[in-house]
Design a protein around this ligand. Structure first.
Ligand SMILES: Nc1ncnc2c1ncn2[C@@H]1O[C@H](COP(=O)(O)OP(=O)(O)OP(=O)(O)O)[C@@H](O)[C@H]1O
Ligand SMILES: Nc1ncnc2c1ncn2[C@@H]1O[C@H](COP(=O)(O)OP(=O)(O)OP(=O)(O)O)[C@@H](O)[C@H]1O
Ligand SMILES: [Mg+2]
Ligand SMILES: [Mg+2]
Lengths: 226, 226
C-alpha cells in the first residue's frame, strides 16, 4: 500500500546537519496494521509525513500504491492526500473555529464526499465523543482532542491511515478501545493502518513493528506481543 | 504545599453543563512526588490549572502554601505564578519564535532571575536536548518539544511544579530518565511535584497517587507500584 525507497531527509547543512531519515527503504502492506517504534527524535514523524506526501524528501522516493509521490504535481498530490490518505497528527492539528463534528467531517467535505452516517456514528461512539460533538477544540480535554483527530482519519475510510502516536494522551481503557476498533477495521474492512507509537502495548495490536533509530531502520518484528 | 477545598468548576449551563470538578478537596504535600490519574475527560487538567491559578473556580478555594488564590489580585497572582509555580502543559505551549534554550529560561527572565548554570546544564543534559538548544519548536520532534516544556518547569526550581502528562510523547527510556530525575529532585532537593499521568509506570515513581473520575476524587494509593 505504501513504501519508501532510499528515502533521505536532511535538515540544515554542514556540521549542524540533521539526517532525520537516512536511506530508509520500508514497505507497508495493504490490509495490514503496521507499527513504527523508536526513540524520541529518531525520525518516525518525518517518515510518516514524507510517506503521506506532507513533506518532501532530500533524495529517494515514496509510493502510495504505484504512484511515486515525488513525481506528482502539487495539484495531483493534494487530490491524492484528500481522497486516499487519512492522517492523525502528533499535535492533532484541529481547526480551532470548527466544532468536533465539523473537524471530523472536514476531509470528506473538502473531497466533496458525504459521510457514511452509520460508520460515522460507530466511530464517534467507539471513541466516546457522542456528547462532545458540538464543542470546539478549546472546550475539550487533551485526550478528547486526540480522539477528534483519530475520528477524523477513520471516518472517511481512506485507502491508508497514518496515525502518529494516536493514544499518547489517553488512559489505557480508552486507548484499548480505539486500538481494538482500529484492529477490527483492518481485520474486517481491509483498512490499512500505519501507526507510530511509543507504547509496546499499543504496538501489540499491530501485525508487524518496524524499529527506527537515528533515521535508519534497525529491525522489525512480526506479530509483536508486549 | 498546595491544596483545594470544595473546588467546583462548571462549564456551560442547563442540560449542557459539564461539572469538570465537583467538590474536590485534595492536598499535596511539600517535598513529595504526587501523581493524579483518571480517565480522559475526568478533570485532571482542570484541577491542575485551577490549583496553579491559571483558571478560576466556580466555587471553593485553592491554596499555594497559605495563600488563597481566589483572594489574590490579578497582579499578585501573576507574581506568585511567575516566582513560585512551574507548569508543564499537556500541549506544551512553547513560544514559536524563541529557541529551545530561550523557551527554557523564559520564566526566569520574566521573573528577573538568572539561571543557576550548573543546574540548567544538568536539566538539559538529562532530558537529552544539549544539541537542540538553538532550534525553534517547529524544528523539533514532538518528544523534543515536550522535553523543552519539562525543562522549562524544572530549570527555575520553583516552589511547586505541576506537570500535565510530561512523558506522553516519549519512548520509555527517555521517559524513565526524566521521571528518575524528577524523583531525585524531590528526594535530594525537596522539590514538590504534582504530575498528571495516564501511565501506571510513570505513576510508580510517585510517592502517592490520587484517582479522579467525573470531576471527583475516587480514591488514592500510597507508594504505588506498577
Ligand atoms: N471550556 C470548556 N467548555 C466546556 N467544557 C470543557 C471546557 N474545558 C474543558 N471542558 C470539559 O471538562 C472536562 C474535563 O476536562 P479536563 O481537560 O480537565 O480533562 P482531563 O482529565 O485532563 O482529560 P485528558 O486526560 O483527556 O487530558 C472534559 O469533559 C472537557 O470536555
Ligand atoms: N525543521 C527541522 N529543522 C531541523 N531539524 C528538524 C526539523 N524537523 C525535525 N527535525 C529533527 O529531525 C529529527 C527527527 O524528527 P521526528 O519528528 O521525525 O522524530 P520522532 O521520531 O517523530 O520523535 P518523537 O518521538 O519525539 O515525536 C529530530 O532530531 C528533530 O529535531
Ligand atoms: Mg514524532
Ligand atoms: Mg488533560
Amino acid at each position: 500500500a505504501a513504501r519508501s525507497l532510499n528515502a533521505t531527509k536532511i535538515y540544515g547543512s554542514g556540521h549542524t546537519e540533521v539526517r532525520a531519515l537516512d536511506d530508509v527503504s520500508v514497505s507497508f502492506e495493504t490490509g495490514q496494521f503496521s507499527a513504527i517504534m523508536g526513540p524520541s527524535g529518531s525520525g518516525k514523524s518525518t517518515l510518516m509525513h514524507c510517506m503521506a506526501g506532507l513533506d518532501d524528501l532530500t533524495s529517494g522516493s515514496v509510493f502510495i500504491g504505484d504512484e511515486d509521490l515525488t513525481k506528482l504535481s502539487e495539484r495531483a498530490l493534494t487530490l491524492l492526500r484528500r481522497k486516499q490518505i487519512g492522517f492523525v497528527f502528533q499535535a492533532f492539528n484541529l481547526i480551532p473555529t470548527l466544532t468536533a463534528l465539523e473537524n471530523i467531517t472536514l476531509p470528506m467535505s473538502l473531497a466533496g464526499d458525504s459521510p457514511d452516517q452509520a460508520w460515522l456514528d460507530q466511530v464517534v461512539g467507539t471513541v466516546g465523543l457522542s456528547d462532545r460533538l458540538s464543542h470546539r477544540p478549546n472546550e475539550l480535554s487533551g485526550g478528547q482532542q486526540q480522539r477528534v483527530a483519530v475520528s477524523r482519519a477513520l471516518a472517511s475510510r481512506p485507502r491508508i491511515i497514518f496515525a502518529d502516536e494516536p493514544t499518547g494522551n489517553l488512559d489505557s481503557r480508552t486507548g484499548a478501545e480505539i486500538l481494538t476498533f482500529m484492529a477490527d477495521a483492518v481485520r474486517s474492512l481491509g483498512q490499512t493502518i500505519v501507526m507510530v507509537t511509543h507504547d509496546p502495548v499499543a504496538a501489540s495490536y499491530a501485525d508487524r513493528v518496524v524499529f527506527l533509530a537515528d533515521g535508519k531502520v534497525t529491525g522489525e518484528m512480526l506479530d509483536p506481543t508486549s
